[in-house]
Design a protein around this ligand. Structure first.
Ligand code: ZN
Length: 128
């Protein structure tokens, strides 16, 4: 009787899914937002150092891809772009689907209005 009860409990525990292993992550898609003719947001840092969102997202994406490949050697890491090219959202989705992506990381770096304050850019030598 006791043996039957233990077997029943073991079957019940298996049936209700206690401690099921997590699905293994096989492929990560890293998408650098914008690109090519699509600049995205444009920074107005000190009115002279202008940066486009497409360049910021590409730099972040390239570094993230390198880091993910280094830290997760068993995971396939696929960037949607590695250079400054335009891709439609449909094209990016096709890249993700054709590579069977389990996770899609989409990088954006939007802008906001400048806050008031003071910044110092560079240095200057004064002779007296
Ligand atoms: Zn954006």
């Amino acid at each position: 009787m006791r043996k039957t009860l233990l077997i029943f409990l073991a079957l019940l525990a298996g049936h209700i899914g206690i401690a099921q292993p997590a699905k293994k992550l096989k492929t990560i898609i890293v998408d650098a937002g914008h690109g090519g003719t699509d600049y995205g947001a444009v920074g107005q840092y000190e009115h002279s150092l202008r940066s486009g969102e497409k360049e910021v997202t590409l730099a972040i994406s390239n570094k993230l891809v390198d880091e993910l490949r280094r830290r997760l050697p068993d995971v396939n890491v696929v960037p949607t772009r590695t250079t400054d090219i335009f891709q439609s959202p449909t094209e990016k989705a096709q890249i993700a689907n054709s590579n069977k992506g389990d996770l899609f990381i989409c990088i954006h770096a939007d802008s906001g209005p400048l806050k008031s304050g003071r910044r110092q850019v560079g240095t200057r030598t004064v002779t007296r």
